[in-house]
Design a protein. Structure first.
Length: 97
């Protein structure tokens, strides 16, 4: 599968760990920003083509749609790249520990 972007996002009371294969990055940018009409992040050079985007550009695009990029990995691994969800305890649950 090649390179992957490792990400997480928080939704409700859960933290979701996920990954995106490199072949999806351009499609996501295209669907959300170019065709979808979301405003480009300020730090993006709008004269670049999709093929010219860097890892930092992708970090900015994915941050704009709610993801935090943790790392880029050159080698996809079925044992390492597993979708995972962790429940985030609320203040009451933390105090009961």
């Amino acid at each position: 599968m090649g390179r992957v972007m490792e990400v997480f996002h928080i939704e409700d009371d859960s933290m979701h760990f996920d990954y995106f294969p490199e072949k999806m990055w351009n499609k996501i940018v295209n669907n959300f920003f170019i065709e979808g009409g979301l405003v480009f992040p300020e730090e993006i050079d709008t004269t670049k083509s999709l093929d010219e985007l860097t890892d930092n550009d992708y970090k900015a695009f994915f941050a704009e749609i709610g993801y935090t990029v943790v790392a880029f990995d050159d080698n996809f691994s079925t044992s390492k790249h597993v979708k995972h969800t962790i429940d985030i305890p609320n203040d009451q649950e933390i105090g009961q520990g």
